[in-house]
Design a protein around this ligand. Structure first.
Ligand code: ADP
Length: 196
């Protein structure tokens, strides 16, 4: 029997560190953020839906989305925010479902990295869910360092997501990334050896 494993966590909790390792081991990993990015490129389904709704003014001269303008239009208006959440959420879900169904044809075990796996209610798709967990102070520190942010900026990005603490009870497996990267990958190896 095949197995589909969902990987989640928070911003800078170590998801990419885990998925890079899994790819090195030869596993297929769907990266939900990369899928969204692709869909928002000119001609992509999200791009088309956004332009149809907000008009041509959200397109830059180079043909890409004017993200700052789009963000202002969406976040200044609760109705637009709701429209965006529902419409984009639906399209992303369809695309991820297509990828999942394709991989299920060829892979015995594969992974999907979905940062908002619990927030967006994807848990039922998976046989296992792995949470890449870090304590909040470590998360803020790594986020500041990786994205060159001030403490305030890092804190405000975290405020938009559920605290990782809340996701611990929802995940079937918790990977503790408060230690070094080797300690994290050792936990991944143990899980990979465990069920198969
Ligand atoms: P995510 O994909 O969840 O946003 P990353 O895997 O990019 O997180 O990790 C966030 C940052 O923290 C990266 O710069 C990464 O190199 C670093 N990092 C990840 N795990 C560790 C660790 N155990 N020790 C030190 N730095 C780490």
């Amino acid at each position: 029997m095949g197995k589909i494993i969902g990987i989640t966590g928070g911003i800078a909790s170590g998801k990419s560190t885990v998925t890079n390792f899994l790819r090195q081991q030869g596993f297929q990993v769907v990266d939900a953020d990369a899928v969204v990015h692709q869909l928002q490129k000119p001609g992509g389904r999200l791009f088309e839906a956004l332009v149809q709704h907000f008009g041509q003014e959200i397109i830059l001269e180079n043909g890409e989305l004017n993200r700052p303008l789009l963000a202002r239009r969406i976040f200044s208006n609760p109705q637009e925010q709701e429209w965006s959440r529902l419409t984009q959420g639906e399209i992303i879900r369809e695309e991820l479902a297509t990828l999942r169904n394709q991989l299920a044809q060829t892979e015995v075990v594969f992974f999907m990295d979905i940062p908002l796996l619990f927030e967006q209610d994807y848990a039922s798709w998976f046989d296992e869910t792995w949470l890449v967990y870090v304590d909040r102070d470590v998360q803020v520190e790594r986020l500041m360092k990786r994205d060159h942010l001030s403490q305030d900026e890092a804190e405000s990005r975290l405020a938009a997501q559920w605290p990782l603490e809340n996701k611990k009870d929802l995940a079937s497996h918790v990977l503790d990334n408060n230690g070094n990267q080797n300690q994290l990958l050792t936990q991944v190896r143990i899980l990979l050896e465990g069920g198969r």
